[in-house]
Design a protein around this ligand. Structure first.
Ligand code: DOR
Length: 438
């Protein structure tokens, strides 16, 4: 819980500076020059010392689908990727839509999670009381269009009922169910996965985001748009405005860097996710949105499915791909290739999610903050898949890609939880605390 880091490049909230850092009893107590060694002394010369990554959207499948992932394996994968905190989705089995299911998930996380955790309560058309009664959750998740699992709230009256009653943050999976159904009927029996991005087209996403923004404005309700995927939605956010922080949005590394339709020829149904990967033109708009602050943060939407499940034909194969182990390297590699700056990556993956969800004590290197860190070798070049995966499903959409910039150490409350890829899975995370929407 106590350690001293010497000679790193510290990613402070406003600049990267050379210096030391000390953690005592799990909290950062000194930054800059540290005079006296305490605890283990880590030589960070040549390394970037950044706050532990916060991944604000993962699916860890626990309970019910633990052959794909569980809170232990998923959190091990977090540590491998420099992620020290995660927010997890409610489409488990049973879905997290009741006080009992939420309590059970928190109890399980307390027992097995190696990283800090927060959970979304899932909305149904009938559980408004639960949405407002449940305590210490990161927000309400609404699937406006159907995806993996059976959670769905698509009728306007049901959405109005949720937006109009309560204060808690609402996070939406924005795809318009009526349009998805109409296109499915019009396309008939599709066997070519490359049509996935046409079936669930950009207009389906735009329609749902537009409705969510309208309801957020009408009821002055805090809204977060999950895995935003289209140029049109970026434009919509710019045109409608974000209500001085009332609205925030995220994007995934895969929507930024993997492009349809080409990606389907290479990965087949492994590239199938909802909302779908889109063209390079959409990706360029997402990058621009991140850079000008229209989009606030990066999330992986880590959605593991086994290789057997993914090997089924299009139509039966499930949507989603793992990502928590590679998100930071994918983004740092983008910085290495000149697409953005390292300080941008740090901000989008630490302080950005902290701000969106009001996560207390995380996301910034400052005295008094929790001692959660990722130590990164910006020059390290490694091929995805050469190091064994921690995710149970054992594959990754970036497999075979050389990436430059990898975490070499992950620290949780002053404890070394990952060192050169070796995980200490006796480390336990704590429940995250939220100030937004509570
Ligand atoms: O592709 C997806 N997979 N999108 C989602 O919204 C859910 C996720 C999953 O849970 O598999």
């Amino acid at each position: 819980m106590t350690l001293t880091i010497r000679g790193g490049r510290l990613a402070l909230p406003d600049a990267i500076v050379e210096g030391d850092l000390q953690i005592e009893d799990g909290k950062i107590t000194r930054l800059g020059t540290v005079e006296r060694d305490l605890g283990e002394v880590i030589d960070a010369r040549g390394l970037l010392v950044m706050p532990g990554v916060i991944d604000p959207q993962v699916h860890f499948r626990d309970p019910g689908l633990t052959h794909k992932e569980d809170l232990h394996s998923g959190s091990r994968a977090c540590l491998a990727g420099g992620v020290t905190s995660y927010l997890e989705m409610p489409n488990t089995k049973p879905a997290t839509i009741s006080l009992e299911a939420m309590a059970a998930k928190k109890a399980r996380a307390e027992e097995v999670s190696c990283a800090h955790y927060g959970f979304f309560i899932g909305a149904t058309p009938h559980n408004l009381e639960v949405l407002n009664a449940v305590e210490q959750v990161c927000g309400i998740k609404i699937f406006m269009g159907s995806s993996t699992g059976d959670l769905l709230v698509h009728e306007r009256s049901a959405l109005e009922n949720i937006f109009g009653h309560g204060q808690r943050l609402i996070a939406v999976h924005a795809e318009d169910e009526a349009r998805l159904l109409a296109r499915k009927a019009a396309f008939g029996a599709v066997t070519d996965v490359a049509l996935h991005s046409e079936l669930r087209d950009a207009e389906s996403a735009r329609l749902a985001s537009d409705l969510a923004l309208e309801l957020s404005e009408r009821y002055q309700r805090r809204l977060h748009i999950l895995h935003l995927s289209t140029k049109e939605e970026v434009e919509l956010l710019r045109a409608r405005g974000k209500g001085a922080g009332r609205v925030t949005a995220e994007v995934t590394p895969q929507h930024l860097t993997l492009h349809a339709p080409e990606i389907y020829a290479r990965l087949g149904t492994k590239a199938q996710m909802n909302p779908p990967l889109r063209s390079a033109e959409h990706a360029a708009a997402l990058w621009a949105g991140l850079k000008d602050g229209t989009l606030d943060c990066i999330a992986t939407d880590h959605a593991p499915h086994t290789l057997d499940e993914k090997a089924q034909p299009y139509g039966t194969a499930p949507s989603g791909m793992p990502g928590v182990e590679t998100a930071l390297p994918v983004m740092l590699d983008a910085a290495h290739r000149g697409l953005c700056r390292v300080e941008d990556v740090v901000r989008w993956m630490t302080d950005g999610p902290r701000r969106c969800y009001g996560i207390v004590g995380k996301g910034r290197l400052q005295v008094g903050a929790d001692g959660d860190l990722a130590l990164v070798d910006l020059a390290r070049r490694t091929r995805v898949g050469d190091r064994p995966y921690q995710t149970k499903v054992g594959w990754n959409p970036f497999e075979g890609t050389w990436l430059t910039g990898w975490p070499v150490m992950t620290i949780v409350l002053g404890q070394v939880a990952m060192r050169d890829g070796e995980i200490d899975d006796t480390v336990r995370g704590r429940p995250l605390r939220f100030s937004a929407g509570e």
